[in-house]
Design a protein around this ligand. Structure first.
Ligand code: ZN
Length: 129
């Protein structure tokens, strides 16, 4: 039987969907959102242990969904392609949710209990002013 191009294309299309198709990974992607987040921020945002989050981050990075950037002692994760968030939001209507209920979860928040630089901007020493 001759292999049709549709099979190659559908295989490619399925790959990223497979990687993100878990509630935990979708939660991580929403928590990172359009910006970037370090593991400690995700810990605060999601309430999961660091090792558990790191495991998912590793898989998402390996699949080329996330990129990472080191700055000092923090590693920041961001989405390589933010259109992934549109895909997740599109899934809202398929699952009977209002799009706003998803878009409101996309990371823009800061958490008082989080000590990451995003939530607690560095204090500029008075001597440098
Ligand atoms: Zn934070």
């Amino acid at each position: 039987m001759k292999k049709q191009p549709i099979h190659d294309i559908s295989k490619k299309l399925a790959a990223p969907l497979n990687i993100i198709a878990s509630p935990q990974r979708i939660a991580i992607l929403l928590a990172i959102g359009k910006g970037e987040a370090c593991v400690c921020h995700l810990e605060t945002a999601l309430g999961w242990r660091q090792a558990y989050i790191s495991q998912h981050l590793m898989a998402l990075r390996k699949a080329d969904i996330l990129r990472d950037r080191r700055e000092g002692r923090y590693v920041y994760y961001s989405l390589k392609d933010a259109s992934l968030l549109d895909l997740i939001t599109a899934s809202a209507s398929l699952s009977g949710l209002a799009a706003e209920s998803v878009s409101s979860l996309i990371n823009t928040q800061t958490y008082p209990s989080c000590a990451c630089p995003h939530c607690t901007p560095a204090i500029i020493p008075a001597s440098s002013l």
